[in-house]
Write a protein that binds this ligand. Sequence first.
Ligand code: MCA
Ligand code: AMP
Length: 507
Amino acid sequence: MNQSLFAAIGEHLPKDLNKAFIRTPEGGGYSYAEMLRSSSQFAHALVELGVRPGDRVAVQVDKSPEAIMLYLGTLRAGAVYLPLNSGYTADELAYFLGDAEPTLFVCAPAFEEEAKALAERCGVARVATLGKRCDGSLMQQVQGKPGRFIDVERTADDLAAILYTSGTTGRSKGAMISHGNLVSNARALVEAWAITAEDWLLHALPIFHIHGLFVATNSLLMAGGSLLFVEKFDAAEVLRLLLQVNLLMGVPTFYTRLLDQDGLTREAVAHMRLFVSGSAPLTAETHKAFRERTGVAILERYGMTETGMNTSNPLNGERIAGTVGFPLPGVELRITDPTAKEPTLLPQGEPGMIEVRGANVFRGYWRMPEKTAEELRADGYFMTGDIGLIDDKGYVQIVGRSKDMIISGGYNVYPKELEQIIDTLPGVAESAVIGVPHRDFGEGVTAVVVAKPGEAPSEAAIFAGLDGKLARYKQPKRVMIVDALPRNVMGKVQKNQLREQFKQLYT
Ligand code: MCA
Ligand code: AMP
């Protein structure tokens, strides 16, 4: 039996295939029947381009309904989808292409020449282009292909996707996500949030991460629901379009920006069934302010690239601010002593390492068995790197992170990656990159820099030195020059002290 995600979606198709799957505000998009046809055509085109089952298809394109067809076509062809942030620079891409060794790299038409040079350098056989206006070489290749495709059979353990997530070492790790992971997580969300074919989700998230690609898209597909698809989040437009939908999924920045809109009132959201927040902590203040203004309690949930969604506040029941709710169906969660080598359970209420187990947990890191073994225990539990507790009502609370990571507007930024570059810039002796409270992005990436004796690198010079090397969202919002970095007796930089010192920089 085919255990692929697409086969599972096939079991839940709406009765009327002319019903919308994706619609854009301009009236474009795909019905379910059109989605079945188009994803077949994409699958045929991929096969023609030499993509075989198990091959990786790397994709860095602008958001469009066609990109979703490419995703589905890749799965139907039995290949592994590898989405890449559209903000990544050529330097960043070179690592992913070299590491994942895709057969095909699909990029935006404007990037074709550069992509071809990059592909040659990284040993990627083919480049195709896909634009957001149904343009590009891949789109041409798709035209005229048969509207039926016999899907490649996959087992639950076969890979469906690889999503890169950085590590504390600064080297990104490819999280291998199986069809079984995607199917189980989409089913769990359909159950937990009671998603049905009647639902319309306003989709304003990027589609190169778990949140926009899997949580928002797969769960609606698995219920025969519909997506109103916008290219990016714009608070005023989202508020206007909410009238046409009943669900919204977003990162906390969506909600703080919506709160800045005068039009956010009880009446404006009275028809909404559910607002979901995740990818970063939703502050209790935002939760409260949203509730006071609209009468609606945002439902906060918690997940990771390696695990998909782990916990959720209840659909029916109290949604408690500052908590991420209960484990989803099929997910086991425990809190262990982060200092102990063997798994050592902590009493309820005590903070420790959040560990999760279930069909949602990934297959390991691509070609990094040692890294996989470090984070995935022999008994199947994955060590998330998040510090949390289970409170007396059974709700999970995330209280910190053991990993040195910043979450800015829902994107993860790894300080080490920046520090390594900043330390090589002229006049810099050393640096520490921290996240401090930021009104819009939750945490603002901040570089704290010590100059070499007799030198005085400016903030502008540091910005210029990072330009083009890293995606814009990773770049510091401010650079603070200090005389020395605070260190403990072991010589380790005390980032807590720096976070305290600069906590009011952006508030
Ligand atoms: C854009 N910029 C940012 C960010 N986004 N800076 C810091 N953090 C960000 N997140 C910068 C741009 O580089 C640019 O700077 C300036 O802000 C304006 O860019 P623009 O594209 O207009 O930004 P925006 O449209 O306002 O974007 C903000 C956003 C977006 C809507 C919050 O970042 C977003 O959609 N975030 C969602 C991320 C997401 O889906 N995460 C899920 C990960 P400059 O002018 O200097 O170039 S999946 C996950 O975490 C797990 C599994 C989970 O639980 O979901
Ligand atoms: P990623 O590596 O992009 O999958 O990011 C996953 C990380 O985002 C988790 O390990 C958490 O640290 C964080 N995260 C996701 N959802 C939440 C949430 N609701 N509250 C706090 N942190 C979250």
